[in-house]
Ligand binder design. Sequence first.
Ligand SMILES: *Cc1c(COP(=O)(O)O)cnc(C)c1O
Length: 639
Amino acid sequence: MLQWLLLLLVDITLPTNFLYFNFSYMSLCIIQLEDLLFSLSIITERVRKYQCKIMDAEEFRKHGKEMIDFIADHVEGIQQQPIVPNVKPGFLITKLPSRAPTEPESIEKITNDVEQLIIPGMTNWQHPNFHAYFPAGNSYPSILGELMESALGCIGFSWAAAPSCTELEIVVMDWLGKAIGLPEDFLHCSGKGGGVLQGSASESVLVSMLAARHRAFKTHRLSSSTRLVAYCSTLAHSCVEKAASLCNVRLRQLEPDADFGLSGETLRQAIEKDIHDNLIPFFVCATLGTTSICSFDNLPSISDALSSLKGTSETPLNIWLHVDSAYAGNAFICPEFQHLLLDGIEEVDSLEFNANKWLLTNFDCGCMWVRDRLHLEDCLSVDPLYLKHDHQHLTADFRNWGIPLSRRFRSLKLWFVIRRFGLTGLQKHIREQVRLAKKFTKLLQKDTRFEQIGKTRMGLVSFKLKGENELSERLLGVINNSGQLFMVPAKVKQNYVIRFCVCSTSTTNSDIEQAWNVISYHADHVLADEIIEMTLWPGELSPADLATNSFLFPCKDNSRGDEHESVPDLIRSRSTVGQPFRRPFRRYSTSELSHRLLSRSLSSAACLQSLTPTSNTPHKTSQLRLDTILNSLKKERPF
Ligand SMILES: *Cc1c(COP(=O)(O)O)cnc(C)c1O
């Protein structure tokens, strides 16, 4: 009987040959049955473990070290990668299996796919010629901090759930708060307010608007938000609009002044009008460093306006002022920039910046401070029994300062970064990127074809070609298509602007010069294309213009796809259509144009043709003039 039982047991767990071996051994030594059972259970346990084993510490050590090498190689070699990948939607989906693997795969296989499939589809934000959006902060200390964070693997929703996670966040937020010169109220050590790490600036804006709405509900004894109004400038980030829509309140997007900043006066007028119309102003978002052009709302005058709009004791008006400085706020760690925040801080209830934008810390790391934590806790507290703990009244439970319950140990990477760089290292980084942006601005200002929109206050420069928006739009398209730089546009007061942001920590002086050469080179093309347009409709040119100028134009690089049409044909076909001549006349002498065309390829030079303007008809290529240009083109190209 026992034998049968054993047979059954072994049968389940072991291969048959093993079974017979053990079985015969056992029948000889019945007395040792118990020992045998014990050793069998060890064997079966080992078999089970072997089957389930995915990765043990030994393998982790090996691959972990390899991965660190891989990461360092990738970071150091980023310049060899394209800035923007040459892929179309679906490129990855079609290459990967449509179902998850049923069997375990090796780390080698997975990392190989990272190399072969994932990295080729990356837009490389850390590339020195990436100038789009705002920086995606990163640095080795930050990567190490994040590695440690994932290893500790805690969920820090309350002090008790992760005491170190909560307390390090308190310490680091007070460090940073002091470093940017915040008044004591905003610090944990004051016992009144404090800082908290959110997942994004959008979350900080939403959280502060929710708290403001909650306070307004109480102050005005409201049961619905229909009378509540929030305010920002038309240049505020779209996350303010999103927050207003989530809070179900009206949002007034006010016109900024000539300096692209919202003024206290504009705000006051809007608020007074709304009060007159029986609405309740409750929230203002002032932006310090707009996303389009890094302009600053006029915080001192906004603060003045709000302090004079306090209402009466029967109808108090308590408008929450939030400062969104997601990008530029990082610069406040430099004393020379702090006045931008501190002049006017008196009325500020909350503020935020993203250390993951400009403070060498990787996403996500949204630093937010409030003057009075009770407003957040009033609005966002949840306290079921399973989250309660004995020290609730002695410390912060950050679940009550934001939307999610579960929270990452974000302060760890920020702590690594602040300690490894020191405040002086961080200041140096900010100053260096501002310096590079100012260098770019100088190059821009020397070229009269361009105009800057706004000022260079941080690492962002916004500019356009003089003339119609379409020119700048075309210019940006050509530049981005070339793969030499990557920038994105913005719309500012009807202007289509190209944003040039210093993003990567590896961008150098020569990258900036190179970037300017690329922009200038493509501007030559776009403007030369423009000459074709002008020459096509010479009817509105004065005879004097036509008599004194030569016009050269490339037909090959024409972005409208006319490359196979000869210029005379082109002119003939267009003149029969008879479109009106719309563009301002731009005069180029032959020598100026050939100078501008210096850096073009020889093939496009072969397409250069000349027009004898006096007769208003195209002539055959002037061989002499073309030779001159070809010769100049043979000189070394600037890049
Ligand atoms: C980037 C940015 C935001 C949005 O930040 P998220 O963290 O992505 O939500 C908001 N406001 C300004 C001014 C920004 O520059």
